[in-house]
Design a protein around this ligand. Structure first.
Ligand code: NAD
Ligand code: DAU
Length: 413
C-alpha cells in the first residue's frame, strides 16, 4: 500500500471540504492535513463527519505564513500538496482587490517556495538515514544505492516523481466567450463541437487548455497570476506541478454568497432574488463531487507539467437556472408551483461581468477517462434538498457578519 502525506489547502471551504472527505475516506493509508486559515468562507462544520478519523489532521494556518508552512512540511514529511485555498468570490474581489492579490498570488507563492525548499532538502541524509520514512512511492523509482541523491523532479523522470504540487484554478482565467450561433439556429443549440457527445451550447467556441489567458476581474487576474507562478516553478526549478481549470461548481456546503445557495436561501425566506443585468449570462455548471473525483484522478494519474480543463458541457443562462431553483424549492416546500417567481428582481449588473463560460474537457475525458457522474437535473435536486434539510448549517453561516456583507453588496443596487 502506498503511503502518502498530503496537505490540502482550503479544505474547510466549499470544494476543499469535498476533496478532504473523499481522500480521507478513500485512502485510509494516507495522512491528510487540512491547512486552512478559516476565513469567513472556511467552516469546520463542513467536515464534521470525518474530523475524528485517524488519518486526518486540521491545522489552522495562513498560506501566506511561509515559515509556518515550511515547518509543517518538515514536521509531517509532506509529499503531496493539493492547493485550493483562495479568495474565491468575484464580487468581493471588485470591492477589495488587495486581499485577492495577497492570498491568491502571494499565498500560492509561499506554498510553492516552501514545497520547493522542503523537497529539495530531501537530497540530504534524511533519505539515507531514514529510509523507513521515505515516501514509499519513492521506493520503486530510486534504486537503493542512489538514495541520498534524490531531488524533487528531473532526475526521477517527470511522470513518475513522488512529490506533487497540484494547483486548483478556474476557467475564469480564460476570460469570456461570446454568444454566437450557426446561422438560422437559435441558442442554445445542439452541437458535438469539442466533444464526442451531443450537448447544448450558447456559442461555437469553448475554453481549451491552449487558450491565451484573458482574465477580467481582480479575482481571475489573481488566479491567473498564481497559475503562472505554478508553471514557472516547474519550468525553472523542475517542481512536479499540475494545474486544473474548472467551471462553476454547485452542491452542498457552498457559502451563500454564490448564486445557487444564495438564491435557494432567499427563495426559502421569500426574499428578493437579485439577478445581475438581464440574467442572460451563461455559466457551465459541475456538481462539486464530480470535481472532487476529477481532482483525485488527476492528482494520482495526471501528467506532470500538464493542464487539464474540468467541466461537464452543461451551459445554463442564469435566469433559466433561477427558474429551476424557484420551481424546485417551491415543490419541495409544498408551495404552489411558481409561487415565488415574483421574487425575481433585476439589479445593476456586476462590473466587467463575463458573458459566457464553457469548458472543453475533452483532454481529461480522453487521456484519463473522467466523466461527470450526475445529470444536472439530478444534481440540482440533490443540492436544493441538502440546503433545505440543513437549515442549521445555513443559519450558522448567515449569522454574524453575513448580514453586513449582504447589505454592503445588495442594498441600493
Ligand atoms: P471557498 O471560498 O469556499 O473556500 C476557500 C477556502 O480557503 C476557505 O476554507 C478559506 O478559509 C480558505 N482560505 C482563504 N484564504 C486563506 C489563506 N490565506 N490561508 C489559508 N486558507 C485560506 O472556495 P471554493 O469555491 O471552495 O474554491 C476553492 C478553490 O477552487 C479556489 O482556488 C477557487 O479559485 C477554485 N475554483 C472554484 C470554483 C467554484 O465554482 N467555486 C470553480 C473553479 C475553481
Ligand atoms: O467559473 C468558475 C468560477 O465560478 C469560480 O472560479 C469562482 O470561484 C466562483 O465564484 C464562480 O464565479 P461566478 O462569478 O461565475 O459565480 P457566482 O455564483 O458569483 O455567479 C454566477 C452567475 O450569477 C454570474 O453570472 C453572476 C450571477 N449572479 C450572482 C450573484 C451572487 C447574480 O445574477 N446575482 C447574484 O446575486
Amino acid at each position: 500500500m502506498t503511503k502518502r502525506t498530503i496537505i490540502i489547502t482550503g479544505g474547510a471551504g466549499f470544494i476543499g471540504s469535498h476533496v478532504v472527505r473523499l481522500f480521507v475516506n478513500k485512502y485510509p493509508e494516507y495522512r491528510i492535513i487540512n491547512l486552512d486559515k478559516l476565513t469567513y468562507a472556511g467552516n469546520l462544520a463542513n467536515l464534521k463527519d470525518i474530523e475524528d478519523k485517524p488519518n486526518y489532521r486540521f491545522v489552522k494556518m495562513d498560506i501566506c505564513d511561509f515559515e509556518g508552512v515550511y515547518q509543517l512540511m518538515q514536521e509531517e514529511h509532506v509529499d503531496g500538496i493539493i492547493h485550493l485555498a483562495a479568495e474565491s468570490h468575484v464580487d468581493r474581489s471588485i470591492k477589495d482587490p488587495f486581499t485577492f492579490a495577497q492570498t491568491n498570488v502571494m499565498g500560492t507563492l509561499s506554498m510553492l517556495q516552501a514545497a520547493k525548499l522542503y523537497w529539495e532538502s530531501l537530497t540530504t541524509p534524511y533519505v539515507m538515514q531514514d529510509v523507513d520514512r521515505l515516501p514509499s512511492s519513492l521506493a520503486h523509482v530510486i534504486p537503493t544505492e542512489e538514495r541520498g541523491s534524490v531531488s524533487m523532479g528531473k532526475e526521477l523522470g517527470m511522470t513518475s516523481t513522488p512529490c506533487r504540487f497540484y494547483h486548483i484554478s478556474t476557467d475564469e482565467v480564460y476570460g469570456a466567450l461570446e454568444m454566437t450561433h450557426p446561422q438560422g439556429i437559435e441558442p442554445p443549440f445542439t452541437t458535438k463541437a469539442s466533444s464526442g457527445e451531443h450537448h447544448l451550447a450558447y456559442g461555437e467556441k469553448f475554453f481549451t487548455e491552449d487558450l491565451k489567458y484573458q482574465p477580467h476581474s481582480p479575482y481571475s487576474a489573481a488566479k491567473a497570476s498564481s497559475d503562472h507562478f505554478v508553471r514557472a516553478f516547474h519550468d525553472t526549478y523542475g517542481m512536479p506541478t499540475v494545474v486544473t481549470n474548472c467551471s462553476n461548481n454547485y452542491g452542498p456546503y457552498q457559502f451563500p454568497e454564490k448564486l445557487i445557495p444564495l438564491f435557494i436561501n432567499n427563495i426559502r425566506h421569500r426574499k428578493p432574488l437579485p439577478v445581475y443585468g438581464k440574467g442572460e449570462n451563461v455559466r457551465d455548471w459541475l456538481f462539486v463531487e464530480d470535481h472532487a473525483r476529477a481532482i483525485d484522478l488527476i492528482f494520482h494519474e495526471g501528467k506532470v507539467a500538464e493542464t487539464y480543463n474540468i467541466g461537464g458541457f452543461n451551459e445554463w443562462k442564469n435566469i433559466d437556472i433561477i427558474h429551476v431553483l424557484i420551481k424546485t424549492v417551491d415543490r419541495l416546500l409544498g408551495r404552489p408551483e411558481g409561487a415565488d417567481e415574483d421574487l425575481i428582481t433585476y439589479v445593476t449588473d456586476r462590473a466587467g461581468h463575463d458573458m459566457r463560460y464553457a469548458i472543453d474537457s475533452t483532454k481529461l475525458q480522453k487521456e484519463l477517462g473522467w466523466e461527470p457522474s450526475l445529470q444536472f437535473e439530478e444534481g440540482i435536486e440533490k443540492t436544493v434538498r441538502w440546503y433545505l434539510d440543513n437549515q442549521e448549517w445555513m443559519d450558522n453561516v448567515t449569522s454574524g457578519d453575513y448580514q453586513k456583507y449582504y447589505d454592503d453588496m445588495y442594498a441600493n443596487r
